[in-house]
Design a binder for this molecule. Structure first.
Ligand SMILES: [Mg+2]
Length: 264
């Protein structure tokens, strides 16, 4: 049976027409209680730096704002598609390009401003302002907090926002967002990529994987390899769809570092 290392090496068959796409949190770094403390290991940064020079495209597709993604990974040659497909930051750009109707930009933030209450702080809900997306984190809090978060989600849906659930995080998004599915499609729309490797760990990545596999089935991506970082919190369907399943972010970093060390 072929090893994950040898499966990934398809990226080097025609490196200029190969794309490596990776999520950040839970995939290039471990999930921590406070998202601001998450740290991408140096080994991952160094590997992505090398690969960004060798491959046609290396992109981080993340729920973080694009500029935060670039700060975390710290590699200028990488493209960052942030905020789940809302912000595209290409190498050398100072500011991300927005992929959203301007009318929808402030909708989630207005909802938070109108509904935020001291009860949220008592329940240990932590707010993350991601511009068009507002995230409520409750890692470390109990079932009562989770029940409260579900109530907030119901109100948000009634206010015409979309509720998106991740690993101990609720994201309130503007309606009609395509999420990471739209991001991967936009990234691959140009250049005629032959080979695509995508890695992720969570529900938002599942959207991207579904879209990528549709594109493969239509013949738009000749070769696709999906890598999933397994966890008890991640969606089963992602793990079922994956070609390679690893147990933690360090395993994925190990794979890309092996790839970066190869001659190509
Ligand atoms: Mg993730």
């Amino acid at each position: 049976m072929s090893t994950p290392e040898s499966q990934l090496s398809i990226l080097f068959d025609d490196p200029g027409r190969s794309a490596l796409l990776s999520d950040i949190d839970g995939t290039l770094c471990r999930i921590v209680d406070r998202p601001e403390n998450a740290k991408v290991p140096d080994k991952a940064k160094e590997s992505l730096e090398i690969l960004s020079r060798k491959l046609g495209l290396v992109a981080c597709v993340t729920g973080r704002p694009a500029l935060v993604g670039r700060q975390m990974v710290g590699v200028d040659g990488v493209t960052y598609f942030g905020n789940h497909g809302l912000e595209l930051l290409r190498p050398g750009d100072d500011r991300p390009e927005l992929h959203l109707d301007p009318e929808q930009l402030g909708r989630a933030a207005r909802f938070i401003a109108e509904h935020d209450s001291p009860m949220w702080v008592e329940a240990k809900i932590r707010l993350e302002d991601k511009g068009p997306i507002q995230a409520l984190h409750w890692r470390g809090a109990g079932p009562r907090t989770e029940a409260l978060v579900h109530q907030i989600a119901d109100h948000a849906i009634a206010a015409d926002l979309t509720a998106h659930w991740g690993r101990k995080v609720l994201e309130l998004r503007p309606p009609d967002m395509e999420g990471k599915a739209g991001a991967v499609e936009a990234l691959l729309a140009v250049n005629g990529f032959e080979t695509v490797v995508f890695a992720g760990d969570d529900k938002t990545d599942l959207e991207a994987v579904r879209r990528l596999q549709e594109m493969r089935d239509k013949g738009q991506i000749p070769r696709l390899l999906v890598v999933a970082v397994g966890s008890a919190e991640g969606p089963e369907e992602l793990f079922e769809r994956a070609d390679v399943l690893v147990t933690e972010s360090d395993d994925w970093i190990e794979l890309i570092s092996g790839l970066a060390a190869r001659d190509a």
